[in-house]
Write a protein of this length. Structure first.
Length: 550
């Protein structure tokens, strides 16, 4: 058995729990140098302009907004804006990626595969971790776009955007304008191909202005319950919304795995559009993790990726001993999905060697990112092993838990969690409570997209974690923080006869303080060399940690 202690204010509740580079791409390279709340001075005017527009990342997405219905986003508005700009999205080929999880990683893998072959690639993703410039990467090296490039494009098209905002009675959003800027930049830079990640859903997303003639392939990674209300209230409606990116006669890559009836929805849509299907989850494919080893002081997973695609678009590849910096079975599957997309780009020269190189050189901030010793010291926790991961759904929490167990099987774990208000906090907590040797959980708060309107208060998070622990059959007893501090000094008291060490759940608004106290617990309980601090719940909490490095 394992104890769970809940500390809020001066009360500590005790609960019984059952135990159970070449290519850095979109976010890589931004390890420090930008605060979470500021941008390059050259972007001040542009950022001020965006701040005057509706920002659903900051305020939350209305119910039904991503559905192809009366309540859905007005894609006609985006089409009119793009037409006024000369339809720049028609001047290059695109791969369009939608899905509940894995979109950003799949986009990064595929972008780097194409760059390894020598193509000039534009990549558009969201959200960002350190600076909004991360949302666009350009060229053969995958560097985030410069502030000057964004500012120059903005100044050239500002009058057109002003007119569009006036025409649409102020309804054009932050995401719509930034998407338009990205398409204009890719067209001006004459990229060979652009990898475009959908923001929400697919059918009504602002990125879905790509026509069949401009589309090289569409990709749907996974179907889960995130943004349930915004996408119609069911897995079926979510699948229909995301299938809106499928275009006539263009191949569809399915990541998966999906529930059978959900996959049928996607395949039926592809069939109706005359689109061949390539599935990363085809039972004939073999993708395995063979082991974890250390490269340049950080863990790396050695994988085999053996794909034999379906009969309507027969393609195959056999890659052994691929060393992925992106950890976890979910990242292996994202790599396989990106490989399928590369294989189905007919007419593009893409060698097996470029696929291997692109996969191996992909790294993203906030996806199982392990901080350096210098960074841990800068945060005031010298000697700590710190892992940052932007997991924020039930599925991504399970993937994170699995990755922790695989990569750090002998380590004690402290979690530091901050989340947005529109997530399933209880389901998220249930998955992470399964982590073995979970010593403490610190619940904290950070700004979401620069504001507090979507921040979940620590008191609410604490209630959700209590509910999650009750779901696995926990009974509560009260205790005080002072008593816990006494227990830390008495190692024998921490391990009563027949019981494992206790897990502690704290509500603490200060992020860095949470990490420091968590490290004190690890040091007192296990020594410095056998514990890991995992910061998770949102890419925004990852951004806050990286911002603190300054």
């Amino acid at each position: 058995m394992k104890f769970l202690r809940v500390a809020g204010g001066d009360i500590l509740k005790r609960t019984l729990v059952p135990a159970s580079t070449r290519f850095s791409n979109v976010l890589g390279g931004f390890r420090r140098g930008f605060s979470a709340s500021s941008e390059d001075p050259q972007l001040n005017e542009f950022m001020a302009y965006l701040d005057n527009l509706k920002n659903y990342e900051k305020t939350g997405v209305p119910a039904g907004a991503g559905t192809d219905s009366y309540d859905g986003f007005d894609l006609g508005r985006m089409n009119r804006l793009m037409a006024s700009l000369g339809n720049p999205q028609s001047k290059f080929k695109s791969v369009h990626i939608a899905g509940t999880k894995g979109k950003g990683s799949t986009a990064a893998f595929l972008s780097n595969i194409l760059r390894a072959e020598g193509y000039s690639v534009g990549c558009y993703t969201s959200p960002h971790v350190r600076t909004i410039r991360e949302r666009m990467s350009l060229g053969r090296l995958g560097e985030p776009v410069s502030a000057k490039a964004i500012n120059d494009i903005f100044q050239r098209v500002r009058m057109t955007i002003d007119q569009a905002v006036e025409l649409e009675k102020g309804c054009i959003s932050h995401f719509e304008v930034f998407t338009a800027i990205a398409f204009c930049l890719f067209a001006e830079e004459n990229v060979d191909i652009a990898i475009i990640e959908a923001g929400l859903g697919g059918a009504r997303d602002a990125t879905n202005v790509i026509s069949s003639s401009g589309l090289a392939a569409s990709v749907i990674t996974t179907i889960g319950e995130e943004h349930l209300a915004a996408l119609g209230g069911s897995l079926e409606s979510i699948a229909m919304a995301k299938s809106g990116i499928v275009k006539t006669g263009r191949p569809l890559v399915l990541g998966g795995p999906y529930l059978p009836h959900i996959e049928r929805i996607l395949r039926d849509k592809a069939s109706s559009m005359g689109s061949h299907v390539v599935a990363a989850s085809d039972p004939r494919n073999r993708c395995t993790i063979k082991g974890i080893h250390i490269v340049s002081g950080k863990p790396c997973q050695s994988c085999d990726i053996v794909l034999q695609t379906e009969r309507d678009l027969p393609l195959a590849i056999d890659l052994c001993d691929v060393n992925l910096c992106m950890l976890g079975a979910h990242q292996l599957h994202n790599a396989a999905t990106a490989t399928c997309a590369a294989l189905c780009l007919r007419g593009w020269r893409i060698s097996d060697g470029s696929i291997r190189s692109g996969l191996e050189h992909t790294y993203l901030l906030g996806r199982n990112q392990i901080l350096t010793c210098e960074e841990a010291e800068a945060l005031g926790v010298p000697g700590a092993t710190i892992l940052l991961d932007g997991a924020h759904t039930k599925e991504s929490a399970k993937a994170l838990a699995d990755t922790i167990e695989m990569t750090f099987p002998q380590c004690a774990v402290v979690l530091v969690v901050a989340m947005a208000s529109d997530k399933d906090h209880v389901a998220f907590a249930r998955e992470l409570l399964s982590v073995r040797r979970l010593e403490a959980v610190f619940l904290t708060e950070v700004s979401i997209a620069g504001g507090k309107s979507r921040t979940t208060p620590v008191s609410q998070l604490k209630s959700c974690w209590i509910q999650a622990s009750r779901d696995v059959g926990i009974e509560f007893l009260d205790d005080g923080v002072a008593k816990y501090n006494e227990l830390l000094k008495n190692q024998d008291a921490l391990s009563p006869v027949g019981l494992e060490p206790k897990t502690v759940l704290f509500a603490e608004k200060e992020l860095i303080k949470s990490m420091k106290v968590g490290y004190e617990i690890l040091t007192a309980r296990t020594g410095k060399k056998s514990g890991i601090i995992v910061v998770t719940g949102s890419l925004h909490v990852v951004s806050s940690v990286l911002g603190s490095l300054e």
